[in-house]
Design a protein around this ligand. Structure first.
Ligand code: CA
Length: 430
């Protein structure tokens, strides 16, 4: 099906800077506060937020399946109840309103001033009230690297890895929007040379380069979503930094998997780029050998070409690019992940978040975590200022950026950025 808003020929009457992630072909959704005001639903074009609540009040969203409550609110959840049909219609309407060929809004300066807000007047808030959070482990190179580091290079992938999109249930309470800083976690760990476990600040604090996708309301408990149906249940994507405390994780993860090494902080970028807007950037995935079970088979190009970049910026320092990767390196695609997640009858709900797993490419410079970049601390990364990083230092800011590009159109996510603050003092019982 043709999505009108994706037409690469479209031009907006709003000036969009060259290399902006937010041309008229993107029109992502998010939640903003304008100069500290009440949260509301917004989109973005160039360096402006589009105040969708005001568009609704001014009558530009007539004959769409929405009411004021869908936009005068602090999350996208209400508006996502309209499903893919509704969110697609809204994005198409925005596309028309901001297209050079349409005069309705363009000619009305008074309305334009109410609707278009310069981004420096806007605070991006958490876009979605996330219900459940699932994190997958779907990049082959990442799984291979971790297998080499902790097990055996000759048997790096565990026997199940090419048969199921491995995942675990994470914790949604500590998922934050870009820009909210956090403190170094503390916990129990057992250093390789220690006889007994010790308690302290995590010394091996790491980022994980990931993307996330968010679902509309799925099917009821007991039913499953097929790979061919999955697109209809996926609203959109964001960048995800799934922070990990490797030393806490290393001691705790057997036998039940990740727990406190993972659930202290994860950050997402604030504009949710719709799956519709990403359709032009579909690419074929890797050949899956051995053949997957029938419920994981899929047809068509279901992977996506999204350039990804990770930066470490020390306090008052320059940006250091530590990794470039691409979402197309995923072995399992979102359709397979969702089909697998629901094949046992697990219900998928509106606002659930699914992490891709760390995305590493096959080449030097394409690894999506410090664990891999520094090869477990044995190959420190050299920074511009002469210092080295094995993992993340206090007061380092980690920034992930991502965009797709084709036919002269660039659709991007902006960034997810957060600073690691020193650990807080421990509260102790008296
Ligand atoms: Ca992860």
């Amino acid at each position: 099906m043709i999505i009108e808003a994706n037409n690469p020929e479209l031009k907006s009457w709003v000036e969009v800077p060259t290399n902006s992630d937010f041309p008229i072909q993107n029109l992502p959704f998010g939640i903003i506060s304008i100069q500290g005001g009440k949260p509301r639903v917004a989109s973005r074009i160039g360096d402006y937020a589009i105040d969708i609540k005001s568009l609704f009040v001014l009558g530009y969203l007539e004959n769409l399946p929405f009411s004021i409550e869908d936009f005068d609110t602090d999350s996208l959840n209400q508006f996502m109840k309209s499903g893919k049909k509704g969110t697609r219609e809204l994005r198409n309407r925005l596309s028309k309103l901001f297209s050079v060929s349409q005069m309705d809004l363009q000619k009305n300066d008074h309305h334009v001033n109410q609707v278009l807000i310069e981004m420096n007047q806007v605070e991006n808030l958490m876009p979605i009230q996330i219900g459940d959070y699932t994190d997958f482990y779907s990049s082959e190179q990442h799984a291979f690297n971790v297998g080499c580091l902790f097990r055996d290079p000759n048997n790096a992938l565990l026997p199940n890895w090419k048969h199921i999109p491995v995942g675990y249930h994470g914790r949604s309470s500590s998922i934050m929007p870009s820009g909210v800083n956090f403190h170094r976690p503390k916990g129990q760990m057992k250093p390789p040379t220690a006889e007994e476990p010790v308690f302290g600040e995590s010394k091996l604090l790491d980022f994980e380069l990931e993307t996330a996708f968010f679902t509309y309301e799925g099917k009821p408990l007991g039913d499953n979503i097929t790979t061919s149906e999955a697109d209809e249940f996926i609203f959109g994507m964001a960048l995800l930094n799934d922070w990990s405390a490797r030393d806490i994780q290393g001691w705790e993860y057997v036998p039940l998997g990740p727990f406190l090494g993972k659930n202290f902080a994860s950050h997402i970028s604030c504009w949710i780029v719709t799956l519709d807007a990403l359709e032009p950037f579909r690419v074929a995935g890797p050949v899956q050998d051995p053949k997957v079970l029938p419920y994981l088979e899929y047809t068509g190009d279901k992977h996506l070409d999204i350039n990804l970049e990770v930066i470490i910026q020390p306090e008052n320092g320059d940006e250091n690019v530590v990794a470039n990767s691409n979402y197309q390196y995923m072995y399992w695609n979102m359709n397979q992940q969702l089909a697998h997640h629901s094949i046992n009858g697990c219900n998928i709900r509106l606002g659930d978040c699914y992490g891709s797993g760390t995305i590493s490419g096959p080449n030097e410079g394409e690894f999506g975590s410090m664990l891999e970049i520094s090869w477990k601390g044995t190959k420190p990364f050299k920074m511009n200022d002469g210092t080295e990083r094995k993992f993340i230092n206090d007061n380092d800011t980690v920034i992930i950026r991502g965009f797709s590009s084709k036919d002269g159109v660039r659709v991007g996510f902006g960034e997810v950025s957060a600073k690691l603050l020193p650990a807080l003092e421990l509260s102790k019982s008296k």
